[in-house]
Design a protein around this ligand. Structure first.
Ligand code: FUL
Length: 502
């Protein structure tokens, strides 16, 4: 009996012991480069690439452009879609590029269900539209081609909610309409960077003549895990926004993110109220995207609308991209299928502001040093100078356990400065919890600036206006001979990949 018990217990215990040894070995893997351990959660490589897009455009164009509505009911006659000229997605993207944006998302189906491409999933599409211009439209094809020519990133907004489809609310809608539409769109380019899945859904609509109220559970109805896997097989870098769970709604449509903004969250889909700030203890990487309008009416074009001033748009940029969020700024094409002149002008002026204010990085002329530097590894060093070497893959770090540290820039001559920009090396997680910025004119005495700004999180990118104001940020500026960033608290040793001063 005894040997049997021994054999039995060995068989049971052996895998557990082996597993424990494996874990132990993992922890003690050789680390010749002395790399800091990651702080979880960390971004997926596709989320990293997505984050680098930073600032991109939204183009709401479709049936609503011709009916003057924001949410079509779904019973619109397709012939109402009748552009007064050939829609020109290339012009849309050119305006965006001029503003300093790196890409764009085109709405190709809104809640009214009218599709801006010749889809096999519904007759409610441009092939039934009111004129030759309309019938010649294929927004996904033209948009993707233009983005390719201009070297910009691109993606599509396809509304899960469909107030036209007779099948909406049933499994058949998901299987034969929605998922197929996404699959068709994926075929327009395997290098898409984002697909946008709005959370609005369930409610009254035409629904093929049922004129009904349909409610669905948006977290389960659309078969998102299946969709996500399928899209990623075709478009490996495509982040699924909102319902897809790879990038979160910032929680308002006014163009601002929280000053403290973590890229982590505790939920798998668009959170209800915490979008602006994320969660310091979040267990999934779920970075924020701010969707905002560059015009003063709706998402779609409306007669009499006005475009916001370049200064207002610049402020939005500071309060989103400058606060660890991306900014997707909506520019509505008008009934000719082009962006109005006024939009193009204001966006060009925004591009000029961004270039003139962030075009000359004074940190590049400074001497950089830190009070603490992580011991170098065989192929990698963690010196302070890495923050100004223009390489996102190098960073300044401290030794493990050192969570407060000072990074200093010093110039030979006095400089006039207004903004400090910081970037964490986020592939190893978001870490910094608190910091402050100080300046010195004589090189000896220090004065804290931007004291009323919550200098808490950094994340992918943080821009601090030194006068503390995002509305009057381009003030007189400060004279400085030295400037320092004092990291006061961090989840683990801080990793800073960029420090710029403007
Ligand atoms: C919202 C939609 O309902 C709006 O119509 C618009 O598309 C906006 C970007 O998202 O939730």
């Amino acid at each position: 009996m005894k040997p049997f018990i021994l054999i039995l217990s060995l068989t049971l215990v052996a895998p557990i012991v082996a597993d424990a040894q494996l874990k132990l070995r993992d922890q003690n893997l050789p680390n010749p480069d002395n790399e800091p351990a990651p702080v979880h959660p960390v971004p997926h490589p596709r989320q990293l690439k997505w984050q680098e897009t930073e600032f991109y455009a939204f183009f709401h164009y479709g049936m609503n452009t011709y009916t003057g509505r924001e949410w079509g009911y779904g019973n619109e006659d397709p012939r109402l879609f009748a552009p007064t000229a050939q829609p020109d997605p290339r012009q849309w993207l050119e305006v965006a590029a001029r503003a300093g944006m790196r890409g764009g998302i085109a709405v190709v189906k809104h809640h009214d269900g009218f599709c801006l491409w010749p889809t096999g999933t519904t007759e409610h599409n441009i092939t039934a539209s009111g004129n030759e211009y309309g019938r010649a439209v294929n927004i996904p094809a033209d948009f993707a081609a233009a983005a390719g020519d201009l070297g910009m990133k691109y993606g599509f907004y396809v509304s899960p909610w469909d107030r036209n489809s007779e099948y909406y609310g049933s499994d058949r809608y998901v299987r034969d309409v929605f998922l197929r539409q996404c699959a068709e769109l994926a075929e327009y380019g395997d290098d898409q960077f984002e697909m946008w899945f709005d959370g609005a859904n369930g409610g009254n609509g035409f629904y093929g003549g049922r004129n009904d109220v349909v409610s669905v559970d948006r977290n389960t109805y659309y078969d998102i895990p299946n969709l996500r896997d399928s899209i990623h097989r075709v478009c490996p870098d495509c982040v699924m926004w909102g319902l897809g769970g790879e990038s979160r709604w910032i929680g308002n449509e006014a163009g601002w993110a929280g000053q403290s903004n973590w890229s982590a969250e505790n939920r798998g889909c668009a959170p209800a109220g915490n979008g602006m700030y994320g969660s310091e203890d979040g267990w999934i990487w779920f970075p924020g995207e701010s969707d905002a309008k560059a015009t003063d009416r709706g998402w779609f074009y409306h007669d009499g609308e006005r475009v916001l001033s370049p200064e207002r748009l610049f402020r939005m940029y500071l309060e989103t991209v400058g606060r660890n969020s991306t900014l997707i700024l909506n520019l509505p094409p008008d009934r000719s299928g082009r962006l109005p002149e006024a939009t193009a002008d204001s966006l060009a002026a925004l591009g000029d502001l961004l270039k003139s204010r962030f075009g000359n990085d004074l940190a590049l002329k400074a001497r950089v040093c830190a009070d603490s530097e992580r011991k170098s590894g065989r192929h990698r060093n963690y010196k302070a100078g890495n923050v100004t070497d223009g390489d996102r893959d190098t960073y300044w770090a401290t030794d493990d356990g050192v969570e407060t540290a000072v990074l200093t820039l010093a110039w030979k001559r006095i400089q006039k400065v207004r903004y400090v920009e910081l970037m964490e090396y986020i592939p190893k997680g978001q870490r910094v919890k608190e910091f402050r910025v100080e300046i010195s004119v004589d090189g000896k005495t220090w004065e804290r600036v931007a004291a009323d700004v919550e200098t808490t999180t950094i994340g992918y990118k943080r821009i601090i206006p030194l006068n503390g104001s995002t509305s009057e940020s381009f003030g007189d500026g400060y004279d400085v001979r030295k400037l320092r960033v004092v990291i006061e608290d961090s989840k683990a040793c801080p990793l800073i990949s960029k420090l710029s001063v403007y």
